[in-house]
Each structure stands twice: as C-alpha cells, then as structure tokens.
Design a protein around this ligand. Structure first.
Ligand SMILES: [Zn+2]
Length: 76
C-alpha cells in the first residue's frame, strides 16, 4: 500500500461495498489543521521535507532541480 493516497485502493474495493465502508472508516487519514500532514509539494506531491519559505511549497528534491530556474543562487 502506498502512503501517498489511501483512495488508490477504492478501485479494488468497488465490487465490495461493505468492505469499502469498513476500509474508509478505519483507514481514512484524520483531517488535520496543522503539522506535517497538511503540507505537500506542489510539483510532485511528496509529503515530507517540504520547503514553505517564500511561498515555495516545494519539496527539497524539486527545489534542487528548479532552484536555478526560479532565481536562486548557490553561494558556497
Ligand atoms: Zn516535489
């Protein structure tokens, strides 16, 4: 099971509505107002290591790839 989206299993459970309800009740992520689980990279959707400074909302990997294009300069 991927942690990126719990709804990916819905495709399999479509023919089993009772199991689907059970799955939703027990496996749906808790709605959060703050914390790590609320942020996602806007480029690739990665939930971890998201940079929010300057309104970037990019993960560190995406930032590394596109930093030069968006005007960041490496000094060291
Ligand atoms: Zn990313």
């Amino acid at each position: 099971m991927t942690y990126s989206d719990y709804r990916k299993v819905f495709k399999q459970l479509k023919s089993k509505p009772a199991k689907m309800q059970k799955y939703i009740r027990h496996n749906a992520p808790k709605p959060r107002k703050f914390g790590r689980a609320t942020k996602k990279c806007r480029r690739c959707g990665r939930p971890r290591a998201v940079i929010g400074s300057y309104g970037l909302n990019l993960c560190r990997q995406c930032f590394r790839e596109i930093a030069k294009d968006i005007g960041f300069k490496k000094y060291s």
